[in-house]
Design a protein around this ligand. Structure first.
Ligand code: RB5
Length: 152
């Protein structure tokens, strides 16, 4: 199950991603918003981030005007690694190396066609769990989040 969310600045990209998921019969839960009326992106970032953090959904996709505000908000939820992506390489690498669990994109900077490409790559690329350096680094990020990280 994929968690989807957006604000008014990203609803075009979320709609394009929903069509991509519908075409492939992939399951998703849409946490809003549902119109282009101005809304506050932290609401939707929080709903999607909680669904991913509590494992109701495996991965999430969030869209706002730039992808930035909604990623900052999502990353405040423990266990979330939300990445703003603006190219195909980034979509792949943030899964392979960072084990990102939420893809963030911006409706004012990314086309609908590119957003679908980035979503496809993000949803089909696995984390490189067999490469110790990547699991170590992701664990270090969790340690920072949990207040047990030592940089020594
Ligand atoms: C809304 O105008 C805009 O600030 C929002 O969509 C997003 O780009 C914030 O980072």
């Amino acid at each position: 199950m994929i968690a989807l969310g957006c604000d008014h600045g990203g609803i075009n990209l979320k709609t394009a991603v929903m069509k991509y998921l519908d075409d492939r019969k992939l399951e998703y839960k849409d946490f809003g918003c549902y119109t282009d009326e101005s809304v506050d992106y932290p609401i939707y970032a929080y709903k999607v981030a909680k669904a991913v953090a509590n494992k109701e959904c495996e991965l999430g996709i969030l869209c706002c005007g730039t992808g930035i505000g909604i990623s900052i908000a999502a990353n405040k939820v423990k266990g979330i690694r939300a990445a703003v992506v603006s190219n195909e390489f980034g979509a792949e690498m943030t899964r392979r190396h960072n084990n990102a669990n939420i893809l963030c994109m911006g409706g004012r900077v990314t086309s609908e066609e590119d957003a679908v490409k980035f979503a496809h790559i993000f949803l089909t690329t696995p984390f490189s769990a067999d490469e110790e350096r990547h699991t170590r680094r992701v664990q270090m990020v969790s340690d920072i989040e949990n207040g047990v990280f030592s940089a020594e």
